[in-house]
Design a protein around this ligand. Structure first.
Ligand SMILES: [Zn+2]
Length: 226
């Protein structure tokens, strides 16, 4: 009885952040205070922040995922994570996965983490792939998408020394056509930013929902979604 009941209730949540304590971008940045408030909420309400791998392993085996599991992801490898967010993740001992916009790092864009900084934080978190040029996967044609993947994956591997296993759609945008094309690069899992609720054994492993918010009140209601 408990087995089927618990199975029905089993679902985890994957959070997504972008910028950290960066006043220039109020809609995509979370302040240090708000981040501490969110992490304190997770801690006080018995959520377990796990490595993304643990949720993906459950999905692959089609096993029930513990209800209070949360994984945290960060898109676009902004320098504001290194300058502000990183120390708060360490304070709470919460693991994270960063999805890298390769052109920005490789081109040394001023707002983004360098390869060296990414290697430094990889001691505590996981570094994964978010495309070369941050193209919209629904607007670019096949040829453009292929070139983007070939260029970006090569640079990623040259600089970090391994092939990424996870991909997050730039802008969270995908369609069946781009999903099929991207699957050819053998990612273990792919993520959107649909704000569409929980991850369960029914989730599509190549279009996994993530929750994005910089407000604690919104986070609380998003975590209640199944
Ligand atoms: Zn992005």
């Amino acid at each position: 009885m408990c087995i089927s009941f618990c199975y029905l209730l089993a679902d985890a949540h994957i959070l997504l952040y972008h910028r950290f304590n960066d006043d220039r971008y109020p809609s995509t940045s979370i302040s240090n205070e708000e981040l501490r408030e969110q992490f304190t909420f997770l801690k006080n309400n018995n959520y377990t922040v796990v490595e993304l791998d643990k949720i993906i392993e459950k999905l692959e085996k089609k096993e029930a995922i513990p209800d209070k599991w949360v994984a945290i992801t960060i898109d676009d490898n902004y320098k504001s994570f290194y300058d502000n967010g990183y120390k708060i993740f360490k304070e709470f001992n919460y693991p994270f996965t960063i999805f890298v916009y390769v052109e920005a790092t490789n081109g040394k864009y001023s707002d983004f983490m360098s390869w060296g900084k990414l290697k430094e934080v990889s001691g505590f978190g996981q570094i994964e792939y978010h495309s070369y040029a941050h193209l919209s996967m629904v607007k670019a044609d096949k040829d453009k998408l292929k070139k983007d993947f070939e260029k970006g994956l090569k640079l990623f591997e040259e600089n970090l020394g391994y092939k990424p296993k996870y991909f997050s759609y730039p802008y969270g945008e995908m369609n069946e056509y781009s999903k099929e094309l991207i699957k050819e690069y053998n990612f273990r899992a792919i993520f959107n930013q649909n704000n569409n609720g929980a991850v369960s054994e029914k989730s599509d492993i190549f279009n996994i929902d993530r929750l994005v918010t910089t407000k604690t009140a919104t986070l609380k209601s998003l975590l209640k979604q199944r």
